[in-house]
Design a protein around this ligand. Sequence first.
Ligand code: FE2
Ligand code: FE2
Length: 241
Amino acid sequence: MEVRELVDEQGTREEPPDGPARSAVQMECDLRELIGTVQNPHLQRLLAQVFGEGTATWRHLRIAPAAKRYHQAYRHGLLEHCLTVAQAVGAISATFPGINRDLAVTGALLHDVGKLEAYELHGEAISMTDHGRLFGEIPLGYYRVRRAIEGLEGFPPEIERGLLHIILSHHGSLEHGSPVVPCTREATLVHMVDNLGGRLGSFDRLEKQLQSEERWSAYDRGIGGGAYFAERPAAEQREAA
Ligand SMILES: [Fe+2]
Ligand SMILES: [Fe+2]
């Protein structure tokens, strides 16, 4: 059955529940695999604090949304977003020279950790918290990661600087909420891939809202135009559903 054609018992069309393309169990599995590729022991200790099984942060992060609207604005959206950005950053790190892969992947995994405090879920409804509105997700993320690092003895200052810079600069410009622009290769990479992930996530959201015969979405602010979806063979559509 195609997801866009859910009809309830009275015959009225229902909005399908929005959610990630992969199951939370699959995403957790992929996340653990990716974290296992980070070699630096200091970054490993930091990642264990945030993503370690049984930690309060992980329990929260596993279900948190990535946004109120636009992209990955649903349960498990933050995990999906951080994982896809980090996977892509890991892959691209091997293509371009001079990138510290461990730093870039860790920065990608943690870049939006401030959203844990910036958004809250009530059932499936997402709202911005007072903290989110008063402080913003970037300062919240910076503070959380800085405090975590301060609790880790012997954490190298150079890695700390590089990582905090990724978090602070990931929106790319002052007018988009970053206090500094990306000044390192790793921060530039995370910013660009983050943008790409958000933009492609908008296509997923818009495609789910289309009626089955429609090819164009309405104007979308995230894309700056309408999104076009070419007709796909039935078998491919069943696989994607
Ligand atoms: Fe962000
Ligand atoms: Fe992001």
